[in-house]
Every structure is written in structure tokens, then in C-alpha cells.
Design a protein around this ligand. Structure first.
Ligand code: UDH
Ligand code: NGS
Length: 291
């Protein structure tokens, strides 16, 4: 299991659970605006990552086994920044975790919801995760007390982002029910909502649709405290294969009728389960990559 990241802890049975509050946290992090690296970088944390982007603490048993799922295409610079950032911080948070990058093959238009669903299914096949985090590639957490754990309700880990800066708030949100960027759900929460809709090709709407799904499944998103869930959004231009989807408002209007038939469990034509083709998988140095 060398490639897939073996190296299990010796004498695990004798280890105690990690403390509820990880001892090494700093709080608000300063991120260098030129190269987007954290001021408190720790090269050791990168050396401790097992191929495929895996880690588990040596000296205690993590309270959460977190799968980080990044819907992705053609943002190599962001991916490099984010994965280093996460390894550094998630180790301070004493999590057992693994980073999955789910890339959509060309020439199909980008579809963030579909990639999130595939990532969820793939992660479940791969390991015994207690928490699934759908993570934008351009979102850098700015407070390491923002623990990448799940809760009794689905969690929106973003309380504000530099992307939504206003005249009186450096870290804003565009509207109250906005729920994008970084979210954390357990297997059962994600499954109850039937995951994301798969039919939003191009930019916009899939996140609002997911908010509705969560509500219809009688759950609601919770956020951490305002000063904890702050993010730096790496600025970028519009992606050429992710144009605004002009049909998104109509699709969103019909969202309720589709919830039980298409999502992470999708049944079309004679209740055949939805299919996708996996072209490639690589256990890269800092993450597992699936095309
Ligand atoms: N994503 C990719 N590649 C793409 C499109 C999207 O990796 O080509 C992923 C990535 O994880 C990203 C997420 O999908 O963080 C959300 O897409 P986005 O970052 O494009 O969404 P956002 O709302 O940007 O941030 C919309 C374009 C804004 C252009 C502003 C020009 N100044
Ligand atoms: C809404 C979009 C969401 C999007 C949000 C923030 O209008 O998908 O804006 O966009 N919903 C629809 O289009 C139905 S942002 O300011 O990040 O570009 O996430």
C-alpha cells in the first residue's frame, strides 16, 4: 500500500483520542498577499503527508476522519497554494484527513455539483470518513480555529470572504442563505439531501439548489462564529469552460421535483443508476487526483 499511502501508526490501540481543542492552534492567520503563503508555514507538515494527500496524527487518535473534496479544472496555481495551506493547518487541527481533487474531463462544461457527488462517492469507496468537506480551490481559511469537522447539522464554514468585501466589512457574504465555498456534511446528511443536483453545467445555481435540498430534508446550515469562518479568496478571472449558465434560474425553479430522482443517488430510465467514467487516478504527492 506504499503508493496509496500505507504507513499506519504503530501501537494505535494504545493511543488516546486527540483533545477536543487542539493545543497548537494560532487563531487568525496572516496570509502573504503576494504568494498566498501563511506567515507560519511549517515544511515539516508537508514532509508528513503520505502520497495521495493523506495524514493522521502520530500521537493520538483523531476525532474526525475528514475527506476534503475539491471540484476542479485547470487551476494548478490555486491547487498548489490550497493543498499546502490545508496540510499545514489540518495537521495543527489534529485531523485524520485525505485530499481528493475531482477534475472534469474536457470538453464538457464545468459542473461543480456533479463533481462534488462523484467525490463523495469515491471518498466513501476509499476510506472510512466521518466528515465530507466540499472545498473551492480558491478559498483559503484565515483562522485555524475553523475546525474542519462536521456537526449535528450541515455546516457552512464560511462566515465571510474577501471576495465579498464591502465598505464596512472586510469579510462579507453576498446574501443570508448563501452557502458556497466550503461546506461540511456527514455521510448521512449528504445522503439525506441526496447530494447536489447533477444538471447545472456552467456557472451558477448549484449551490442555491443544494441549500434548498438541505432545507427540504429538514436540516439547516450552521456557521461558526463570525471571526472564525473568514476566508481569503484568491482572485481570478472567469474560466473559459465555466460560462454563466443562462438556464440556471429555470432549473432552480424546478429543483424540488428532481430532488429524489437525481443527485448522489440518481435514477433515470428504468431506475438505472447514473454512471460516470473515470479516465484516470493518480496518487500525487499532496492529493489524490481523479479525472
Ligand atoms: N472550478 C475550477 N475550474 C473551473 C471552474 C471552477 O476548478 O474552470 C472550481 C474551483 O474549485 C472553484 C469552484 O469551482 O473554486 C467555484 O468556481 P468559481 O471559483 O469560478 O466561482 P466564483 O464564483 O467565480 O469564485 C466566478 C467567476 C468570477 C470572475 C471574476 C472576474 N473578476
Ligand atoms: C448567485 C448564484 C450562486 C453564486 C452566488 C454568488 O446568484 O450560484 O450568486 O456568486 N445563484 C444563481 O445564479 C442562481 S459570486 O458572487 O460568488 O460570483 O454562488
Amino acid at each position: 500500500d506504499l503508493v496509496a499511502g500505507g504507513k499506519t501508526n504503530r501501537n494505535r490501540a494504545n493511543l488516546k483520542p486527540c483533545p477536543e481543542t487542539p493545543p497548537g492552534l494560532i487563531g487568525k492567520i496572516t496570509i502573504n498577499a503576494r504568494n498566498f503563503t501563511e506567515s507560519v508555514t511549517n515544511d515539516d507538515s508537508l514532509r508528513r503527508v503520505v502520497y495521495g494527500g493523506r495524514y493522521s496524527p502520530d500521537d493520538c487518535v483523531a476525532r474526525e476522519r475528514t475527506a476534503i473534496i475539491i471540484p476542479y479544472r485547470d487551476r494548478e496555481d490555486h491547487l498548489d497554494i490550497l493543498t499546502r495551506h490545508l496540510h499545514n493547518i489540518l495537521q495543527r487541527q489534529q485531523l485524520e484527513y485525505r485530499i481528493f481533487v475531482i477534475e472534469m474531463a474536457l470538453p464538457t462544461q464545468f459542473n461543480r455539483g456533479l463533481l462534488a457527488n462523484i467525490g463523495f462517492l469515491f471518498a466513501k469507496e476509499t476510506g472510512d470518513f466521518s466528515c465530507f468537506i466540499i472545498h473551492d480551490v480558491d478559498a483559503l481559511m484565515m483562522n485555524d480555529k475553523n475546525l474542519y469537522r462536521c456537526g449535528s447539522q450541515p455546516r457552512h464554514l464560511v462566515t465571510g470572504s474577501t471576495k465579498f468585501r464591502t465598505w464596512n466589512d472586510e469579510y462579507g457574504l453576498p446574501y443570508g442563505s448563501y452557502m458556497s465555498g466550503v461546506i461540511a456534511l456527514t455521510d448521512s446528511q449528504f445522503t439525506q439531501a441526496n447530494g447536489f443536483s447533477n444538471v447545472y453545467f456552467g456557472w451558477g445555481g448549484e449551490d442555491d439548489d443544494f441549500t434548498n435540498r438541505v432545507q427540504r430534508a429538514n436540516m439547516k446550515f450552521e456557521r461558526p462564529e463570525k471571526d472564525i469562518g473568514i476566508y481569503l479568496a484568491i482572485p481570478h478571472e472567469t474560466d473559459s469552460t465555466n460560462p454563466k449558465n443562462p438556464a440556471r434560474f429555470g432549473i432552480l425553479d424546478a429543483s424540488a421535483a428532481r430532488q429524489t430522482i437525481e443527485g448522489v443517488n440518481s435514477f433515470y430510465n428504468n431506475r438505472q443508476k447514473i454512471k460516470y467514467k473515470r479516465y484516470a487516478i493518480e496518487y500525487r504527492r499532496y492529493y489524490t487526483w481523479i479525472l
